[in-house]
Design a protein around this ligand. Structure first.
Ligand code: PNS
Length: 161
């Protein structure tokens, strides 16, 4: 039986840490749906279209990956696309508490979907979209943290502000 996983997140923007997890998931599952949350509350820097384009560019070499966006409950969307596994990355112990809460809530909402925690390469353990945006906004180098296309888009965004 083929296993489809869903990797949800804000991806505002995608970092090399996310790409590392997508590559690891791609090797582990038959299909991986990368699902971008349409979150109205968070006032994201990049639009859904921009985030989709950046993820597509970053994952173009992987054949079993698709990029979609969603609103509403993750477990409902996972069922809709036929995913039985939710993939989440854990960088450090500090991520664990929030991730555990979400995994248990998602399990309560749907017993059919299992959450799998994955650990990115240790060189990405300090990386987050939030910090990358801050460094870029303040003119620091982000070359080693994000794909080249994302680096360019980030500098373009902040130059225009
Ligand atoms: O990259 P993020 O912002 O940490 O991702 C959080 C995400 C998208 C996984 C989470 O906010 C989510 O699943 N939102 C969808 C709404 C939902 O299902 N909420 C209940 C989850 S316990």
């Amino acid at each position: 039986m083929k296993t489809k996983a869903i990797y949800p997140g804000s991806f505002d923007p995608v970092t090399n840490g996310h790409v590392d997890l997508i590559q690891r998931s791609s090797a582990l599952f038959d299909e991986v749906v990368v699902a971008i949350l349409k979150n109205m509350e968070k006032s994201p820097l990049f639009t859904i279209e921009e985030r989709t384009a950046m993820l597509e560019e970053a994952t173009q070499d992987l054949k079993n990956i698709s990029i979609v966006s969603f609103a509403g409950l993750l477990v409902d969307f996972a069922e809709q696309v036929g995913a039985s596994v939710i993939v989440r990355g854990i960088r450090a112990v500090s991520d664990y508490e929030y991730e555990l809460q979400m995994a248990l809530m998602n399990r309560r909402l749907s017993s059919k979907i299992e959450t799998v925690f994955m650990i990115p390469g240790e060189s990405y353990s300090f990386l987050s979209s939030k910090l990358v945006k801050e460094v870029a906004r303040l003119g620091g180098s982000i070359q080693e943290f994000v794909p080249a296309d994302v680096e360019k888009r980030l500098y373009d965004k902040f130059r225009r502000r």
